[in-house]
Design a binder for this molecule. Structure first.
Ligand code: FAD
Length: 279
């Protein structure tokens, strides 16, 4: 079975030369699934600036599949962000993921572009319609939002500022996604909202990421993961079953595309895509 749902894959910039080599192999393997694009994260405050740039350059040179650098704004000044935008534009990049980011601990000051909405406005001001801009969406609410309505309003404002589409934080409850999309549509905003999919491969990492970004790991998943202890084969098998079912529900419910947080690994995402007939 093969079906025509677009997919995209996210990498983070590796810290070592060995990691940089490995990511090229992972990239090559994932290219066989024919994704629409690969995105590369960016550490807020410029903390991964050079590594993000070299990862973007390396994977851009390795294939014809598009690359979408993430760009955060918190703590940065306009001149730095502008320089990056023009660098990307000049090297033929046409797709960006625009984020506020989270300041590294100890760093203070929001900088000249404090929120993602301001970044979207700045990108449009600097480069017009050159870039297709993705923004972040939070079906379970961003942890710093005052309430659900404030979070929704912030999302709508990012769309109205010029975002073309959105990628969600990962989640395990499809109803949260469908409800969020419904609330957005009621406001007349129609940009695609693409579910961000996190494969389950390691219980403690998953729970740490989820707690850090405010994603709810349902009790039945936590309990099952805890019961498997160090049995990584059972965790992976359980994780594949849970995430494949989630993806299937999202596709059946009309998700326009799926964006996979690959964690720089080829196998978990490849296995899920094969199970789902994607790619
Ligand atoms: P915003 O949309 O600006 O919102 C942040 C918070 O501020 C929200 O609670 C919002 O309600 C509130 N807010 C907005 N405007 C105002 C205002 N005017 N006054 C007061 N409050 C306001 N992080 C990285 O550092 N690098 C990455 O590469 C990266 N990639 C990501 C990719 C995806 C798909 C997702 C979902 C997240 C990613 N993140 C990344 C994490 C993201 O940066 C954090 O979740 C961050 O805390 C919020 O970013 P945002 O773009 O959603 O911010």
């Amino acid at each position: 079975m093969s079906r025509n749902i677009p997919i995209s894959f996210e990498f983070f910039p590796p810290k070592t030369d060995e990691g940089a080599q490995k990511i090229l192999q992972v990239h090559q393997q994932l290219c066989t699934l024919n994704p629409s694009y690969f995105s590369v994260t960016y550490g807020a405050g410029g903390s991964t600036r050079e590594r993000t740039l070299s990862t973007v350059d390396n994977i851009q040179q390795a294939s014809t599949i598009a690359v979408a650098p993430h760009l955060s704004c918190i703590g940065d000044n306009k001149a730095e962000v502008s320089a990056l935008l023009h660098r990307y534009k000049n090297q033929g990049i046409k797709h960006l993921v625009a984020l506020r980011g989270d300041l590294p601990s100890g760093q203070v000051g929001l900088g000249e572009i404090p929120y993602a909405r301001d970044l979207v406005e700045f990108v449009r001001h600097e480069t017009g319609d050159h870039f297709h801009i993705e923004v972040a969406a939070y079906p379970e609410m961003h942890p710093q939002s005052a309430d659900y309505q404030a979070d929704l309003t912030n999302f709508i404002n990012k769309a109205k500022a010029g975002a073309n589409s959105a990628i969600t934080q990962f989640f395990f409850n499809p109803d949260a996604y469908f409800y969020f999309v419904e609330q957005v549509r009621k406001t007349g905003v129609n940009i695609p909202i693409v579910p961000g999919i996190m494969p389950i491969t390691n219980a403690s990492n998953l729970i740490r990421f989820a707690d850090g970004c405010g994603a709810d790991v349902p009790r039945w998943i936590r309990k099952q993961l805890a019961a498997y202890g160090d049995d990584s084969a059972s965790i992976k098998a359980f994780g594949e079953e849970v995430i494949a079912k989630l993806c299937e529900t999202l596709i059946q419910g009309g998700a326009p595309s799926l964006h996979f947080y690959t964690m720089n690994m080829a196998q978990p995402t490849t296995r899920l895509c094969k199970m789902l007939g994607l790619g």
